[in-house]
Design a protein around this ligand. Structure first.
Ligand code: SPV
Ligand code: MG
Length: 305
């Protein structure tokens, strides 16, 4: 009961500070957010990659920040668990970050993660020429601005270190993480695109428990979660698996229907329409209609006819 009553930002803070390894599951719209909640996850990662892909655009800030805000508001309205928004670089400078924090708080989003890249960002898995990172002091200014402008004491700002992604070593990753921690970040997301967890574990060895650490093991997916727990990681993000599984399902269904030209080809493999209604909470509206609409008088109907 306590978990249900707790405000979302406090729930997220508790996940970050939890002594056991915690998990955030990706969602990219109201429906996927609801599905994550029903699977019993305790928090949601509102992935920039997945939100942009589901909007049909690239993960290069092609969707504007207010368009992302709209999506995350639907996600927040559909669920009672906390959402950590992947806010890319914060969509501008410190001033844009301040406004973003205010808008996220107003819409019930528990926290955001900002990354030390430059706007417009490029997805970390897209190999490109060495990308320049943000200046450390400038990025620290964004973190401070975020922390100073939040009105909810529990709103979380996670600072994401991209040093490994752009080819820098452990020393630079630690230098940045320390600066972001000193600037007030509630946690550090240390990102790596290796197929093994070596960079992240080397970071953890030095970082110890300075503050909570979040990871995204998309490319080192075969590492058992126990390894992360033993390494001292606080939160693991499954960052894009719902989007990717929905793409597989949609491709399979549309190819089959195109080829076979009959619904019999797919009907048994897909959820019934009533499952869509259930996820939309259609029964609640039915009950509300009974409460709020005048009783339907069928004799009035026949008089009109
Ligand atoms: C996202 O999910 O959009 C992320 C994580 O930022 S990643 O794409 O893995 O960099
Ligand atoms: Mg992203």
């Amino acid at each position: 009961m306590e978990g249900i009553m707790l405000k979302k930002s406090r729930q997220l803070k508790r996940l970050l500070d939890s002594k056991q390894l915690e998990f955030l599951m990706e969602a990219h719209d109201g429906l996927s957010a609801k599905i994550v909640e029903e699977a019993n996850f305790r928090g949601i990662w509102a992935s920039g990659l997945c939100i942009s892909a589901s909007l049909g655009v690239r993960d290069n800030n092609e969707a504007s920040w207010t368009q992302v805000l709209e999506v995350v508001e639907f996600m927040s309205d559909a669920t009672a668990i906390p959402i950590l928004l992947d806010a890319d670089t914060g969509y501008g400078n410190f001033n844009n970050v301040r406004r973003l924090v205010r808008k996220l708080e107003q819409r019930g989003v528990a926290g955001m993660c900002i990354e030390d890249k430059l706007f417009p960002k490029t997805n970390s898995y897209i190999s490109s020429e060495k990308q320049p990172l943000a200046d450390i002091d400038e990025f620290c200014g964004k973190i401070k601005a975020a922390k100073d402008s939040q009105q909810d004491i529990d709103f979380c700002t996670i600072a994401r270190v991209e040093a490994f992604i752009v080819g820098w070593g452990l020393a630079e990753a630690l230098r940045r993480a320390e600066a972001y921690h000193d600037a007030g970040a509630d946690g550090i997301l240390i990102h790596s695109k290796l197929s093994v967890p070596d960079q992240v574990l080397a970071f953890m060895k030095e970082w110890k428990d300075t503050c909570p650490v979040v990871i995204v093991p998309t490319t080192y997916y075969s590492t058992p979660s126990q390894v992360f727990a033993e390494g001292g990681v606080s939160v693991v993000i499954w960052a894009n698996q719902l989007l990717r599984s929905s793409i597989s399902a949609m491709q399979r269904t549309s190819v089959k229907l195109y080829k076979e030209q009959t619904l019999l080809a797919v009907e048994k493999e897909i959820v019934p329409v009533k499952e869509v209604f259930r996820l939309q909470n259609a029964d609640e509206l039915k009950a509300a209609e009974l409460r709020y609409l005048p009783a339907f008088d069928s004799s009035m109907q026949s008089q009109k006819e």
